[in-house]
Structures are given as C-alpha cells and as structure tokens.
Design a protein around this ligand. Structure first.
Ligand code: 5AD
Ligand code: SF4
Length: 481
C-alpha cells in the first residue's frame, strides 16, 4: 500500500536520495522543528516508546529511541509525553486487543496536550484490517508504519510535523535495510544484534511470516563489524536475533556464503566478547555442527531456546513444524551429551486445532523427559489468514483446563531444574541495582538465570563470581566471592 497522504517535500532538490544520508537529513529537519517547539513551550519535549512482544521488537525500539533522541526528544517511560510510539506485536489476538484498549487512554491524554503525537508501528500494523480500523475509528492517531521501515522514523515524523493528516507508510516487504542510524541501547554492556529478518517457515498457526515477510540474512562481514564496534564501545554480551537463526545464510550470495555455525564461531572468536547468545532456534534446522561450535567456545552461553510447540507428532505435522516427538527428543539428547550443563527453554502452544487429550499427554510427556529450565506456555490464538484458522477449533474450556495442567508441570520441573546449580560459584553479569532492595544488585548467569546478591551500582556491567546460596523458584540469592 502506497501512502497517498504523503505530499512531496517543499524543497525536493535538497533531500538526499540515498540512505542513510536521507534519514540524517530528516533528523536535522525534525531537530529544528523540535527546537522551535521547545522555545515556544518553554520546556523540553519528551517521547515515550512502548514495546510489545519479542526481542526483535525490543531491538527495533532501541533504534526508534536512538532516532528520537537524535531529533532532540528526551526519552521517558511515562505516556504523558509529547510523542508516544507503540511498537506493537500481533502474534496472538490479545496483543491487538490490548493496543486498542490503551489507545483510548492515549486519546484522553491527547485531549489534555494538543501537541501530543501518537504513533503506532510494528507487526500489528502490517495487517490490512488493523490499518483500515485505525483509519476509520482512531483518527487521532498521527503516524502508522510497519516492520520494514523502522529506519524511516525521522522522515515520517517530518511529514507529521508538516501537518499532513494521518501519515501511513506500510511496505509489503523489506526493500532496504538501513543499519547505520543512531540507537539508544538500554544497557551499555549488552546489546541485541539482528542477523536476519523475516521467516519462511509458515507454521500453520503463525502470522509472523505474513507480517515480517520473507527470510533475509545480513552480510556476515557487516554483522562481525557491528559486534566488533559494540565490543570497542564496552559491550560484553550480544544476543543474536532472528526468527529462525538456524537457517541463517540461506540466500546469501555465493562469495559471502556462511552457515549459522560458522557465523557463531567467528563471533565467539572476537577478542573481548565475554558472552554470546542467540534466539530463536528452530529444532528442524539445528545442526550437529552448531552443537559442536557451542561446546567448543566457553563464551557461547550454555542456553538454548528451542520451541517445542507440541509433543504430539500428529499435531506437529498439522502445525507444519517438520520434526517429530522422537526427533526432538533425539536432538535434546545430542545437545545434552555435548553440553551436560546446558539450560533448555521452550515455547508450547496448548489447544491447537484438533488437539486431543492423547496429543496433550504427549506434550506433558516431553516436558517430563526434557526438563526445561523454563517454558513459555500459550493458549492457541486463532489468527485470520493462517491455515490453522480454518481448522476445527478446540473448545475454550478444554483448552484452559489443559493449559493449567501444563503450567503446573512446567513450573514444577522448571523450579527443580533451575535449582540444580545451588551451592556452586558461577559468573554473573551484573545488570542493575535491585528494584525492591537497593542493598542488592541483580544479574544473570550465562544460562540466563537471574541472581540477586549484596552489591553496589559500580558492579553494573561487570562479570563477577557469585556463590549461589539458595534457589528461590526461578532465581537465586547469592554472595559475591
Ligand atoms: N497462538 C498461540 N501462540 C502462538 N505463537 C505463535 N503463534 C501463535 C498463535 N497463533 C507462539 C509460539 C511461538 C511464540 C513466539 O509464540 O509458541 O514460538
Ligand atoms: Fe512463526 Fe514458525 Fe516462523 Fe517461528 S518459525 S516465526 S513460529 S512461522
């Protein structure tokens, strides 16, 4: 959909056509406008960017905040701001419902602050019916864009400032990847790094391939360059991000050919990088080569997020997951053999169309056998346009009953698994002063488990050995040694 509402620039000759120069031009233009508004109002302008959904969205939000800051906005967590941007998720229907609900509240804030700009971006905006509904019933929204043009925020905002009505810019696919723009990292010592965009798997329940588009791997040299520069900048941990990192490299030109295992190996060899983790892995594409690389490098975190979705081979087939219960269990066996201490986490969907009690028991069986450190459990959510939406649905009460039973089991096994390091001394990367008790700091083990221990703010960003005194459910209380 092309935006008919964006008019031509007043002075088109001055606008660079190539990126990122074009965006830097609009950043300067917006900065002047923001400065003028600040002088008019006699106070700084604030911007609040709210993230819904996954790590990919969290990373996009860092990019959005970086651009807003460069334009001159002060970032804030409060929605009583001069600009509020929701970076939305649409993987389950309730994510959409939540956004519509919160828009009502934003409307009331806008009534009090006529300068307020309301923007919406992210996965939910890639759905045509969502944009239609917003255009019709939410006219107070100023700006709508999708997942393929996050880098264009300054240009789009410029059009909002020029008072061009509701500015809508949705692309159907990634035409250009512009990475060289400012970002505002949440933590100075760790960062997400996109290695690929999109997904080609078309699991039958999932809307992601429709809203994020086809798989596209970034040039390996560019990724390595970005990580080296992050490390020079003080970053000690990176999280490689992609919907399906195990299929990284498919479609790269021949002279750049690179598998995920090779990419990860080169990243692990970067001097000064203490930790590298990644998500998400699809079980069907996880190679023995990757397991060998993980086992070889101690700075590759002992953690794998390996979405199971269902333990029933029959349901997996209907989900188009392309692995079976047995092949999943065999894969877990190979991973545990190479790295006995590894933590495994997973995603599970309950109530996929056609799921019987027997199918559900297969899922429970896998949970008992794999012993995940933690599991995200979801009620199946019908997403229109996906193949599963047209299959016979499981009644809601049946679905909820299964969900409760699964949750009780994953919590029990999760607690037991998490506790297995009690009494050991392990490295913790300190992230922040504890929010409830300022005499404590909070950090993470390399397997991602949270640890609280007595300490001060100067430890933030450091990796320190901590004795894990006692496990309390899903986290540890410890003492620095
Ligand atoms: N309903 C419920 N859960 C879903 N997920 C993806 N699509 C759906 C859906 N339609 C879950 C999967 C995926 C996680 C990110 O969200 O478990 O791994
Ligand atoms: Fe969705 Fe499957 Fe792609 Fe994950 S791998 S984003 S569940 S289609």
């Amino acid at each position: 959909m092309l935006n008919s509402e964006i008019r031509e620039n007043k002075n088109p000759g001055a606008v660079p056509e190539t990126e990122p120069e074009r965006q830097y031009y609009f950043i300067r233009e917006c900065r002047n406008i923001v400065k003028r508004k600040e002088e008019e109002l006699g106070r700084p302008l604030t911007a609040c960017c709210v993230t819904f959904g996954c790590q990919m969205n969290a990373r996009d939000s860092e990019k959005l905040r970086g651009i807003l800051e460069e334009i001159g906005y002060r970032n804030t967590d409060k929605e009583e701001a001069d600009l509020v941007l929701y970076n939305t998720c649409t993987v389950r229907e309730n994510a959409n419902t939540k956004v519509y609900g919160r828009l009502g509240y934003l409307h009331s804030l806008k009534d009090k602050n006529p300068h307020m700009i309301i923007g919406l971006c992210g996965c939910m905006m890639q759905e045509q019916q969502v944009v239609d509904r917003l255009r019709k019933s939410f006219r107070f929204v100023d700006l709508i864009f999708g997942t393929h043009n996050v880098y264009k925020l300054a240009e789009l905002l410029y059009h909002v400032f020029e008072d061009q009505g509701m500015v809508v810019d949705i692309l159907q696919k990634t035409e250009q990847v512009v990475e060289e723009l400012p970002t505002d990292r949440k933590y100075f010592f760790k960062s997400g790094v996109n290695i690929m965009y999109g997904c080609n798997n078309f699991c039958s329940y999932c809307i992601v391939p429709y809203v994020r588009g086809r798989e596209h791997s970034r040039d390996p040299e560019e990724i390595l360059c970005e990580i080296r520069s992050l490390v020079r900048d003080g970053v000690r941990e990176v999280m490689l991000l992609g919907q399906n990192v195990n299929s990284y490299g498919k479609g790269l030109p021949e002279d750049k050919s690179c598998s995920f295992a090779r990419l990860l190996e080169q990243i692990a060899q970067i001097e000064g990088l203490d930790r590298v983790r990644f998500m998400t892995s699809h079980p069907k594409d996880l190679s023995d080569d990757l397991i060998a690389v993980m086992a070889k490098y101690p700075n590759i975190c002992r953690h794998l997020h390996l979405p199971l979705q269902s333990g029933s081979t029959e349901i997996l087939k209907k989900m188009n997951r392309r692995y079976t219960k047995d092949s999943y269990l065999a894969l877990v066996g190979r991973i545990r053999e190479a790295m006995p201490d590894i933590s495994l986490t997973t995603d599970i969907i309950v109530g996929f169309p056609g799921e019987t009690e027997e199918d559900f028991q297969e899922t429970m069986d896998v949970v008992r056998r794999v012993l995940f450190d933690s599991a995200f459990t979801f009620l199946y959510s019908r997403r229109s346009g996906t193949p599963a939406a047209d299959m016979e649905q499981v009644p809601e009460n049946v679905m909820k009953d299964r969900f409760d039973r699964l949750l009780a089991l994953v919590q029990k096994t999760g607690r037991e698994q998490t506790a297995r390091f009690e009494g050991r001394t392990m490295d913790v990367l300190v992230e922040q002063v504890n929010e409830h008790d300022t005499s404590l700091v909070t950090g993470r083990l390399d397997n991602n488990t949270v640890v609280h221990f007595p300490g001060t703010a100067d430890l933030i960003g450091q990796i320190v050995p901590v004795h894990l005194d006692v496990c309390q459910g899903f986290y540890y209380m410890g003492t620095r040694v």
